[in-house]
Design a protein around this ligand. Structure first.
Ligand code: SF4
Ligand code: SF4
Length: 363
C-alpha cells in the first residue's frame, strides 16, 4: 500500500508525475475484423511491437502500478505474453493485471494464463476479460467469423477450471453495446450470466472517439438496463478474496455507470476531472505514448526516450493541465474509473452517491 500512496502523493504534488494505471496495446494483430473496431487501421507488423528489452526499460521506469491493462489487437497473439507479464510483475508490481481477449485461441490462452499464474513472485490479481457483442450468430456476424462465439465460450469454460486452482484469477465477460445490437444485448447478457462461467460482467459502450463527445449513437434506456443488470450480477465479486477491493470495485462501477449515463444524456462535463496524462496513460504496441485512447499518441516514443522523461516533459505537462482546465469529458470507462480511483474528491463523491442510493433503496 505504501508505494501506491507515495506515488499518489507525488502526483498530487506534481513531482514527478507518473501513471498509476497504464494501458498497453501489446500488439496490433488480431484474427478478427469486428465491424465496430478500428483494427484495419492498426499496424499489424509484429516486428514493430515493443521488444521485451523495451518492456523491461519501460517497467523499470514506472512506479508501483495499481492497475495494468493489456490489450490490443488480440494480446494472446504475442507468444511472449507470459514473459512480458513477468517483467511487469517484478518491476512495477501491479495490484491488478487485466488482459482483454476475444477468447479465440483457447489452448494458447489457457496455457499462457496457467504459466502467468505459476510465475515466481506473481502476486497480482489477474483478470482475464472476454469480450462479447452478443451471443451466437450475432457475435459471429460482428466478428465476421463463424464459430467465434463457441470458441470464446470454450475458453471461458477452461479458464473457469483453472480458476478453481488459482484464487488470484478472475474471468469476466465484457459486453459491448454497439450501434445495432441494442435490441438483443440484454437477452445476450442474461444468457451469458446464466452460464455461470464468469466472476463478473462488465459493460462497454461504443463511442464516437472524440473528446468533448459522449456516445450519441447509443440507446440510453437499454444502456441503463444493461448497466443495472451487470452491476447486480457482479455484486458479490471479490478480487483475490479481498472483500474491500471487491466492494470498492462494485461501488465504483455503479457510480461510473451513472456518471457515463449522465454524460451521454447531457453531453456535458460531470465534475470529474480526467486523470488522463497524469495518473493514467497509454502506450501503443509500437512504443508511442499518449494521455488516453481518444487523443493523439504523439507525446513521445518509449523506443527512443525513457517513459518518465516523456511523461514529465514540459510540453506534455502543459497539455495534460489543459485537458483538466478545459474540463475534457467523454464516456471512456477506463479513464473514468482511473479518475475515480486516483482522486480524493471523486472517491468521496462515489462513496456518498452510493450511500444516498442505498438509503433511498431501503426506504
Ligand atoms: S476482437 Fe477486439 S481487437 Fe480484434 S477486431 Fe474485434 S474488437 Fe478489434
Ligand atoms: S475525458 Fe479524458 S479520456 Fe476522455 S478524451 Fe478527454 S482526456 Fe481523453
Amino acid at each position: 500500500m505504501i508505494p501506491y500512496l507515495r506515488q499518489w502523493a507525488k502526483n498530487n504534488a506534481w513531482k514527478p508525475v507518473l501513471p498509476m494505471e497504464l494501458i498497453i496495446f501489446v500488439t496490433g494483430r488480431c484474427m478478427f475484423r469486428c465491424k465496430h473496431c478500428l483494427i484495419e487501421k492498426f499496424d499489424s507488423d509484429s516486428s514493430r511491437e515493443l521488444s521485451l528489452e523495451t518492456i523491461e526499460r519501460l517497467a523499470s521506469d514506472l512506479p508501483a502500478l495499481a492497475v495494468l491493462m493489456l490489450t490490443g489487437g488480440e494480446p494472446f497473439m504475442r507468444n511472449d505474453l507470459p514473459e512480458l507479464v513477468h517483467i511487469f510483475s517484478i518491476r512495477s508490481r501491479p495490484k491488478v493485471i487485466s488482459i482483454a481477449t476475444n477468447g479465440f485461441l483457447t489452448n494458447k490462452i489457457v496455457e499462457m494464463v496457467g504459466r502467468i499464474l505459476s510465475l515466481p513472485e506473481f502476486s497480482s490479481q489477474l483478470v482475464v476479460t472476454l469480450t462479447f457483442e452478443g451471443i451466437g450468430q450475432d457475435h459471429d456476424n460482428n466478428r465476421r467469423f463463424a464459430g467465434a462465439y463457441e470458441k470464446a465460450l470454450s475458453t471461458a469454460k477452461r479458464l473457469k477450471e483453472l480458476q478453481e486452482r488459482h484464487s488470484s484469477l478472475a474471468v469476466g465477460a465484457n459486453i459491448t453495446m454497439i450501434p445495432g445490437n441494442e435490441k438483443r444485448i440484454l437477452s445476450a447478457a442474461r444468457e451469458l450470466a446464466g452460464k455461470s462461467l464468469f466472476s463478473f460482467l462488465s459493460q462497454n459502450v461504443y463511442r464516437e472517439g472524440r473528446p468533448f463527445n459522449a456516445c450519441a449513437q447509443i440507446n440510453l434506456s437499454v444502456c441503463r438496463q444493461l448497466s443495472r443488470f451487470v452491476q447486480a450480477y457482479s455484486r458479490s465479486f471479490k478480487m483475490s478474496g479481498n472483500l474491500i477491493l471487491g466492494r470498492w470495485h462494485y461501488l465504483k462501477e455503479r457510480f461510473q455507470a451513472n456518471l457515463i449515463e449522465r454524460t451521454c444524456h447531457t453531453n456535458t462535463y460531470q465534475g470529474i476531472t480526467c486523470e488522463a496524462g497524469r495518473g493514467i496513460g497509454v502506450v501503443y504496441h509500437d512504443g508511442r505514448v499518449g494521455p488516453c485512447e481518444l487523443l493523439p499518441a504523439d507525446w513521445g516514443n518509449v523506443k527512443e526516450r525513457p517513459f518518465s522523461q516523456i511523461w514529465n516533459s514540459s510540453t506534455n505537462r502543459r497539455l495534460s493541465d489543459q485537458l483538466r482546465l478545459r474540463r475534457c469529458f467523454c464516456s471512456h470507462e477506463c479513464f473514468i474509473s482511473a479518475s475515480v480511483n486516483l482522486q480524493l474528491i471523486p472517491m468521496l463523491s462515489c462513496l456518498s452517491w452510493n450511500l444516498v442510493q442505498t438509503m433511498q433503496g431501503s426506504r
